[in-house]
Write a protein that binds this ligand. Structure first.
Ligand SMILES: Nc1ncnc2c1ncn2[C@@H]1O[C@H](COP(=O)(O)OP(=O)(O)OP(=O)(O)O)[C@@H](O)[C@H]1O
Ligand SMILES: [Mg+2]
Length: 259
């Protein structure tokens, strides 16, 4: 259910963000906001700048111009790891898993500040044994939530494309993010699993209060769960509105649906 008539704080704000790649303006003066606890969709034709925009927000590439704020702070020029530490976490269009590692190990990877990894604690088991146990339990719970617990000791390479997407979402939750940026979570995923992924996203917003910005071409799935939609075209923000408003928008139909 979309959140309505609830006053929320702005979680993410973009002001006139630009990105040039050798003469190509991939993102051309985009401004928008995402409120805390919202699920916002980012759609647009191939090459319209959606993935580039997610990379700019996550700090994996630097903007040519403009400003990006997260939870009220300017993160425009922060390195990606600092943005991650603040709780803004990005999933990739192709899951960036370690395919030879087990599901459990993949899930445990992103945990911040593990004591056993800090030189001053490493020699003293009692400092990190409990913590390590807690993390394994949490990872087990995450895998349970996405229906992958029974496969915890398999290699990630044994999973289907859809299961890999779910594993990546489970893994990105280990650091307790405040906001997730997801790039086509349902791409190449069988219909049933794709529905499960979107149901899981809706549940995470409801139960854990996670805010989402989701790029997705499968609009029938996306429009079921989003509060608001931004449409990109040629690097610019073409339109914005509720799913119903976007479906009725002639300009969007023309560039996106091709009629
Ligand atoms: N690292 C890069 N170097 C040069 N050009 C790039 C780079 N990354 C993206 N581009 C270009 O920027 C434009 C926007 O690409 P982007 O991947 O952001 O589109 P998209 O909206 O995510 O498309 P899709 O729906 O196909 O995933 C494209 O023309 C692309 O070729
Ligand atoms: Mg893309």
């Amino acid at each position: 259910m979309p959140l309505q008539n609830v006053w929320l704080d702005t979680m993410l704000e973009l002001k006139d963000v630009r990105k040039d790649f050798d003469g190509l303006r991939a993102v051309d003066g985009v401004s928008f906001g995402v409120d805390e606890g919202q699920i916002v969709g980012l759609i647009g034709p191939n090459g319209s700048g959606k993935s580039t925009l997610l990379s700019l927000i996550a700090g994996t590439i630097e903007p040519t111009g403009g400003q990006i704020f997260f939870a009220g702070e300017d993160i425009t020029h922060l390195p990606a790891n600092e943005i991650f530490q603040r709780g803004l976490v990005r999933g990739f269009q192709d899951p960036s898993l370690f395919f030879q590692m087990t599901l459990l190990d993949n899930t445990l990877l992103p945990i911040k500040n593990q004591r056993g990894e800090q030189a001053r604690y490493a020699p003293w088991r009692r400092f990190w044994q409990q913590e390590e146990h807690d993390h394994s339990q949490k990872a087990g719970n995450m895998l349970e939530q996405v229906g992958l617990r029974e496969h915890f000791d398999k290699s990630a390479s044994d999973l289907s494309g859809g299961q890999m997407k779910l594993l990546e979402i489970a893994r990105s939750l280990m650091g307790d993010p405040r906001m997730l940026l997801l790039d086509e979570p349902a791409a190449g995923v069988a219909p049933k699993l794709a529905h499960e992924i979107f149901a899981y996203i809706a549940m995470l917003r409801r139960d854990a209060g996670v805010t989402f910005l989701i790029v997705e071409h499968r609009l029938e799935l996306l429009f079921n769960i989003v509060d608001y939609v931004y449409v990109m075209h040629n690097g610019k923000r073409l339109a914005h509105g509720t799913p119903d408003e976007i479906i009725d928008n002639d300009e969007v139909r023309e560039v996106y649906f091709g009629d």
